[in-house]
Design a protein around this ligand. Sequence first.
Ligand code: ADP
Length: 286
Amino acid sequence: SHELRTPLNAIIGFSEGLLERVDRHPLNAHQVDRLSKIKKSGDHLLTLINNVLDLAKVESGRVEVCVSEIEIAPLIDEIAALAEGLLKDRVDVQFRTDVEPLEGALVSDRDKIKQVLINLVGNAAKFTEQGHIALSVEQDAGYVRFSVEDTGVGIPDSELPKIFEKFHQVDQAQHRSIKGTGLGLALCKSFASVLGGTLSVRSFEGDGSTFTLSIPLRYDEERQATQEQLVEQIKDRCCRSSVSLEGQRVLCIEDDPTNMEVLIDFLDQQGFQVIPAFDGLSGLAL
Ligand code: ADP
């Protein structure tokens, strides 16, 4: 990662330096335009590289979870400050927060939650021209739900199952004009699952979207490790499965690996070939 980031930081840093010091090194309009484009492309590439490296880490199981007790109010204030910065030129878009006090402390990985929320708020800001963006926090039994709601362009039904896929961007006029990497949501979803939770979306084309990160109030390291092992074992077992009865494949959508195993045992005995999906969206995609 160092080898990739170092030269890129030099490109970004030097172009930024030249643009900021026009008093010392006068530049004509053409040069300013070209340098700005170099810097913008450098920033874009850096985001892409950072996301690719983060995803690679999650996928190889090398991602570390740093657990601490998290105070919600300062975390939300930090996100709100960033959101206000992103929306400073957008007078028609209001940002608001709605935080329900939690019963008990949230114990999880603050940086990962923050990264997911920044991504979701960043997307909402990109795709909302008027109305509002609302960040809310509420508790549901042993889970904390962070929702980012916007009144932006929304996402067509046909695209919903695909938006969490790597590099997928909605192929529509309102979406195409906005630059992105198509990796943000894939990474957010992986982080949600690393924290033992889920990331889901509800959206209506033209009416806006709501993305919800739901994570356990207390990150349970042991449970998470065994669940991850079980998921891997199940995937492995289904790939190796020699049973393949023509036309008798069964798609099982089940988020609890233990329940999935019960289903597979049962269907395996009947001679079916099982395709496992651990959440509804990947089930729909399959
Ligand atoms: P990026 O935003 O970098 O393209 P993401 O993975 O974050 O990548 O998002 C994938 C795609 O999902 C976006 O390109 C966009 O088409 C769609 N999308 C994400 N968030 C929103 C939103 N809040 N409103 C409308 N479309 C969205």
